[in-house]
Design a protein around this ligand. Structure first.
Ligand SMILES: NC(=O)c1ccc[n+]([C@@H]2O[C@H](COP(=O)([O-])OP(=O)(O)OC[C@H]3O[C@@H](n4cnc5c(N)ncnc54)[C@H](O)[C@@H]3O)[C@@H](O)[C@H]2O)c1
Length: 424
């Protein structure tokens, strides 16, 4: 029986809708605004600032430094980090000026774009400050912390209000391999997609047990504990909380918000998904229970979309044996041959209901570089990047729904009118 509450998409409707969505993956749609009243020329120099230069931020510094070396009109002007030694290292490497806090860095007029690679809970507050200060933003995934649903919406609205260009660090959206999948879906090889299944499996918890460079570190001029906490509960300092923040629910969410953005986000884009109507999150700490880890090591996310499509993403850190992600439709299946990472994958197999399977090679070229290129091009043209803020918000709502369902042991639904997550 047909569900009267759900729009009944035909195969043709679906292909028409996803043609637009897939175009957003492969190309760029025109944004309705122009910043500071002007589109920048291809050769005008952009000033870049870095907020948070730990593991990820440092790798972004290297990407931009590579672009500078290749002659791109960019200049690394500023850096700040709550752990001063990290900012000093980047200043030594690039000649950037060190700013004590992100507020000081944002006050620098010459900085046009900022890269935010701080712990999850700081992304949205710092990005909001950045768009209010007139900067364009490359903001690492996840767009926000699982507890910041309202603030994430605010970020989305204010990005539009201040006519800023924002790219969320879901580099899979710039991967050539994922684009191939988008193109196949757009061609209708699976008919109307109805089910997505994917996973992220790891042998180990090293991702959360992050390196502690100085076990005797203390808050002071070189370590900004209050800055690290941001809007998180005001807990006493420990080196673990500061350096190994991924273990704690106050600052992170575990696989759902750390790892799923890589395997889930491209599907949202390829299939043109909006907001889930229903989400369930399950899992727990099933293996790594011998230290003060708060985030789960096992997580399963089930989402129903009003587009009449179900998505299941699963993860354990106890065993790295992979699963083959699949999009199943009424006329066939697409499977992805792994390991499926943010950088792409080995290949794609198209299995029609009738006829022989065909294999399409994947691609593992540098999607982070491509993601930055797409962002910087959009900064100049004022067009929308491939993982713009509105897209990032849709992804974040789904992740937040699954996280809240898991934490509260309830089912999460989404009130589209109020844009609110409802738990029952
Ligand atoms: N897209 C990807 O593939 C990818 C890969 C790795 C990490 N990430 C994301 O990047 C973010 C950072 O991860 P990481 O592994 O680099 O963590 P990290 O702890 O190594 O780096 C975070 C840095 O932010 C600094 N910091 C903390 N509070 C700050 C503040 N108020 N102002 C300025 N700096 C502050 C810390 O001192 C630290 O140096 C995370 O959100 C993570 O999800 C994305």
């Amino acid at each position: 029986m047909k569900d009267p509450t759900r729009p009944q998409l035909t195969r043709r409707d679906f292909i028409r809708t996803t043609a637009t969505a897939a175009a957003a993956v492969g190309a760029i749609t025109a944004a309705p605004f122009v910043a500071r009243g002007q589109v920048l020329g291809a050769n005008s120099k952009l000033g870049v600032g870095f907020i948070g230069v730990g593991g990820r931020g440092r790798s972004h510094v290297n990407t931009i430094a590579r672009m500078v070396k290749a002659g791109d009109p960019l200049q690394i002007l500023g850096v700040c980090d709550a752990y001063a030694f990290r900012a000093e290292e980047v200043a030594k490497q690039t000649g950037a000026k060190i700013y004590k806090t992100h507020h000081d860095l944002l006050a620098e007029k010459g900085i046009d774009v900022v890269c935010i690679a701080t712990p999850d809970r700081l992304h949205v507050p710092q990005a909001l400050d950045a768009v209010r200060a007139g900067k364009d933003v490359y903001c690492e995934k996840p767009m926000g912390h699982w507890s910041q649903a309202t603030l994430s919406r605010q970020f989305c609205l204010e990005t539009q209000k201040f006519k800023r260009v924002v790219q969320i660090g879901n580099q899979g959206n710039s991967s050539k391999a994922w684009r191939k999948v988008a193109e196949l879906v757009r061609q209708g090889v699976v008919g109307r997609p109805q089910h997505v299944q994917a996973g992220y499996f790891r042998d180990g918890d090293w991702g959360e047990r992050m390196h502690i460079p100085d076990k005797s570190a203390k808050p002071g001029p070189e370590l900004d504990w209050a800055g690290f906490l941001g809007d998180a509960p005001k807990k006493p300092f420990t080196v673990d909380r500061f350096f190994s923040w991924r273990k704690y629910l106050d600052y992170a969410g575990g696989p759902c918000t750390d790892l799923f953005p890589h395997v889930f986000t491209p599907f949202v884009s390829i299939l043109g998904l909006k907001f889930p109507s229903l989400a369930v999150g399950s899992g727990g700490i099933l293996k790594f229970d011998t230290y003060d880890r708060e985030v789960p090591d096992t997580f399963n996310m089930c989402l129903d979309y009003p587009e009449r499509l179900s998505v299941t993403i699963v993860c354990t850190l106890a065993n790295g044996y992979p699963t083959e992600p699949a999009i199943r439709g009424d006329e066939g299946t697409i499977t992805l041959q792994g390991p499926v990472w943010e950088l792409g994958f080995d290949g794609v197999t198209v299995i029609p209901r009738k006829g022989q399977p065909t294999k399409v090679p994947g691609d593992k070229s540098d999607s982070v570089f491509a993601h930055w290129q797409n962002f910087l091009e959009c900064v100049r043209t004022r067009e929308k990047p491939v993982a713009d803020v509105e897209f990032g918000y849709r992804v974040q709502v789904a992740l937040n729904m699954a996280m809240l369902s898991y934490l509260e042991k309830k089912v999460a639904t989404f009130d589209l009118e109020k844009e609110e997550i409802v738990l029952s």
